[in-house]
Each structure stands twice: as C-alpha cells, then as structure tokens.
Design a protein around this ligand. Sequence first.
Ligand code: ADP
Ligand code: ASP
Ligand code: MG
Length: 413
Amino acid sequence: MPRIVMKFGGTSMAGIERIRNVASRVRREAEAEAGNEVLVVVSAMAGETDRLVQLCREAAALSDPKEYDVVVASGEQVTSGLLAMTLQNMGVKARSFMGWQLVRASGVHGNARVEAIESATLDEALKGGTVAVIPGFQGVSEDGRVATLGRGGSDTSAVAIAAGVKADRCDIYTDVDGVYTTDPRIVPNARKLNQVTFDEMLELAGVGAKVLQVRSVGLAMRENMPLRVLSAFEDKPGTDIVAELSGAEMERNLIAGIAADRNEARITLTGIADTPGTVAATISPIAEAGIQVDMIVHAATPNTGSSDLTFTVPRASLAQAISVIEQRKDAIGYSDLVQDPSVAKVSIVGVGIRSNPALAAKMFETLAERRINLLAVSTSEIKVSALIAEDELELAVRVLHTAFGLDDQSAAA
Ligand code: ADP
Ligand code: ASP
Ligand code: MG
C-alpha cells in the first residue's frame, strides 16, 4: 500500500474550520481507492510560534535555549492533538504522537538536526490502519530534552519522517499553490513553476524563499524523496521538486527565480590590522556561538596596514553577535563597530548562471538603473546575491523579476 506524508503549514492549521479542511484532505488520501498509509505532520497555527518567541524575549533577553525550545515547541503539540480529534470525529482512525516519541535530534537547541526516526512505532500504527499525526519542528535531543529544528522546521520534520518510514512521497501543503518565480506576495504576477530542481530549490530556500525550509530540501535530495509543494485550499497540481528538469520545463528561463530575505543584519568593523588571522579571530567566536555568518567582505585600505570587515548575521542574532565581538575587542583590535539591522538580501537563482556570467552583470545593471546601492555581493555556482537597504527590497525584486523575463504575461493581460 502506498505510504505518504502530508505536511500542513501554519495558515492551513489556523483555527478549527481550517483544521476541518485539513482533516477532509487527509481522509480523502486515507480512504482513496488504492488505500494509502498516511502520516500527517503539522505546524503550529499561523502566528503562534512568533507569539511564543516574543514571550521568551520578554521573559529574558538572552534565554536558555533549552527552555526556549520547551516554550516554542508547544504550538505544534496543540495542533496535532486538535487534528487527531477532528479526524476521529469524522470517523477516521487517527492518533497523535509527540516529537520526543519519534524524532531523535542533535546539535544546538533552537536549531537542532534530525538524527533518526523511531519508525517501528509508526509502522505499527500504520499497519493497524491508523493515521499518524505528528507535530513538526521538534524532536528529543541527546540530553533527553525537547529540541526544535529552526524556524520553518516542520518541512524538515516531514521529509525526515518520510525518509525514516520509507514513504513513497512527501507532500507539503501550504498557503500558495506551488513554488513561484518569486514570492507572489511581493510580485502578484509571479509565475508558478511546474518543476524546480533540488539545486535551484536549495539555493532559493537558502536565500529567503521560505516556502520550504532549506534543510528539508537538502534532506529530500540526499534521500531521493519525491517532494511536492501544493495548496492546502485548492485542488491544483502544485510544483514538483526534481533532480532534473524534463519536458517543456527544460526550455524555460535561465533564471528560475528571485528571492528576498529580510532576515539579515550587517556588522562592520573598521580599522582592523591588515594581518593574517584577523578575520578568523572575529568570525570564529561568532560561529562557535552557533550564529550563522552569511556574507563576508574584507577589504584592506592599500598602504595603511588597516582593513575593514563587513559581514551579515541573522537579524535575531545581532545582539548576541555584537556581545561576542565586544567581549573580544582587545584580541580583534578594531577601532569602530557599526551595526545596521535595516538591510536585506535579493538573489537571482538559476542553473543558467553556471554557464552565463552576463546574468550577474545584468543583475547589477538593473539595480544600478534604479539607483539601488550594493552593500555586499556574494555568488555561488547558480546564485548571485546582493545586500541592499531593506526599504529598497521590494523594488529590487520587482525590477529584477521583470528584467529577467519572469513576469507572467497572461496574468498582466
Ligand atoms: P507554511 O506555514 O505553510 O509553512 P510559509 O509561510 O512557511 O508556509 O511558506 C509559504 C510562503 O512562502 C508563501 O505564503 C509565500 O509568501 C512565501 N514564498 C516566498 N518565496 C516564495 C516562492 N518563490 N514561491 C512561493 N511562495 C513563496
Ligand atoms: N511553527 C514553526 C515556525 O513557525 C515551524 C513551522 O511552521 O515550520 O517556525
Ligand atoms: Mg513554512
């Protein structure tokens, strides 16, 4: 019997009416003619995790990550119980499991990794015809405490569980009907992609397209798990995440999409000695504190022996990163520390970038025409990112979307 994982995000679970809609979709799959073994992974209701994070901030500016996890994991516990009881009420055999019963995790609290899934427990339930409802975003750490998987982590829970129980596919149901050429909330005439490659999706998610958490994409790619993004509200085909584009998709634009990321803050240290080791002395302690450093620009001022170092960190980690640097002021030896939380990153992503360097130039020219200033630039094989002022982000996304021929002409007509 086919085994499928269905994951429902926060908007799809926001309130009892929407949970009933989810339950009907689950029932349809569980009672399909061929019959399916169904596992459902759920998010907290939309806005709930933000609310819980804010409560933690109010309780303590820098809280113990283990206690933070106890608090923020609770949203998914509520929705999994509510969905299981709604299914039962519709006559579908279902039960909820808690993350600690199924998902072993490791690494830092608040951003833990999935290590293993207790698949035997799930096998037993599925073989008995029970729909398993599982809270996303969490597992149990090596120290026996609840651990969360980073914001948006329910996608990763879903893929990890699908791989752990050897499911035939993993369907991510959300509030848009697929992966678009950019966030359709910024560009209303963005175009839906029928297919997107794992490589492209990894880069898109990595630079801000939060429709899938980046780790879920990497995991699905490694595990060869068929992954789809589709609407929780409408019956439409959705987007397949594939190893290689096929059919008409192979002819599509060189750029798959444009991503926007507001989750950036910039730190600049001026007057650092231009000697080997200064960049490491700054970046290493930040990385050791579990803070992800993204763009890094280190530029020496010729003939002065002095240099400036600019880098970005997630906005929520800015205060912690500043505190780590200030504690090491003497060891690093900088003259000024400038912080800017109002920056954002815009990126173009596509397998075409690999073979066509003119695409990066076109991106910079397009931004220059609108007098959008580049604060830093980073590139990978299939992506170019530019750091810009946050208030110019939406304009940047729109002009790049048009310049790269991604606007949906039929929608504009
Ligand atoms: P869920 O709660 O279902 O996990 P998310 O809010 O995490 O949903 O992700 C879905 C959102 O991702 C959409 O509402 C959309 O605004 C945003 N998004 C960003 N980039 C894209 C893109 N390229 N294609 C589709 N949606 C995108
Ligand atoms: N509820 C968590 C979040 O908002 C996890 C998720 O929805 O994927 O980040
Ligand atoms: Mg999400």
